[in-house]
Design a protein around this ligand. Sequence first.
Ligand code: FAD
Length: 324
Amino acid sequence: MSVLVFVEGLNGEIKKSSLEAASYGSQVAQQLGTTATAVAIGEVQEDALARLGEQGISRVLYDADSRLNQFVADAYVKVIAKAAQQENAKVLVFSNSNIGAAVGSKLAVRLNGALATNVTSLPKTDGGQFVVTRGVFSGKAFADVNLAADVKIIAVKKNAFEITQTAGNTATVEKLSAELSDADFAAAPKETVMQDTEGGVLLQEAEIVVSGGRGLKGPENWHLVEDLAKALGAATACSKPVSDLDWRPHHEHVGQTGITVSPNLYIAIGISGAIQHLAGVNSSKVIVVINKDPEAPFFKAADYGIVGDAFEIVPKLIEAAKAL
Ligand code: FAD
């Protein structure tokens, strides 16, 4: 019996959210007195896979079938299920990413397992139970759920767990072949287009996000967001009306109907903090709000707030960030 962690790659490296999942999986394995194995799919460099040893992973099973370089849910599920069967894995762990969410429910059906998404705690295993806490209602409440099936599937909330690091530890990397057929790619996308990234920082993976709202008045003022993001090595984002007005591309819109981000630092400039916006950003570690209205709802969710005119404050922040 082992714990199996599914890790996602990005540009040959392992995604930060998957390193969090690997750290979580290793801790669960330790709790259960077993080992944690990872399964990786698609285009990931082997030395990046070996470095998963630093997160406590002992072995990595790797399916390098080039057809898996783009995400195809059915094919990914088949590979993960094959690895789970080979390892006799009773606990499967992955990040609560878009890909994680897409494979989680399919895996639960295939393996007759119990699935918990958006998980924020290690399991409590007293009395033969397996209880994890998960965020519900867009992170406004938490629920404890007992995963009673033989196979437990856990999608870990992004940024809820630290990446553990034991320098120098390496995992062994072994080839895995799930013998995929054309039928497994029946619902493959015709083409996958990577979103444009500001300064190369992918919004979902960014450590720092600088986000602008309607308070910035128009696209001609977006240099304020871009310059601050550049100075901080951050990704840029926006509120929904901003993308609806075509001031910014839709892939930058965060919130209930857009992307969910969980950076270490989220800087909101001229955004009111409507509940639908907060739903996409409230798992950020530190939130800084700049708004000229002291009654703006966002201040209630903020760790730090600056009441004032963005057009006066942001240029000063840019100067300060450049001087760091
Ligand atoms: P506004 O509400 O217009 O706020 C602008 C803010 O800028 C104000 O607080 C104002 O005080 C401040 N401001 C103005 N001038 C300045 C200045 N010079 N300096 C500093 N501050 C200034 N919204 C999302 O963002 N994401 C979603 O996913 C989303 N999904 C939705 C889903 C549904 C079903 C619905 C009904 C709505 C959704 N919305 C979403 C819209 C949401 O309700 C809000 O309307 C939206 O978030 C407001 O955007 P905003 O804060 O940029 O604009």
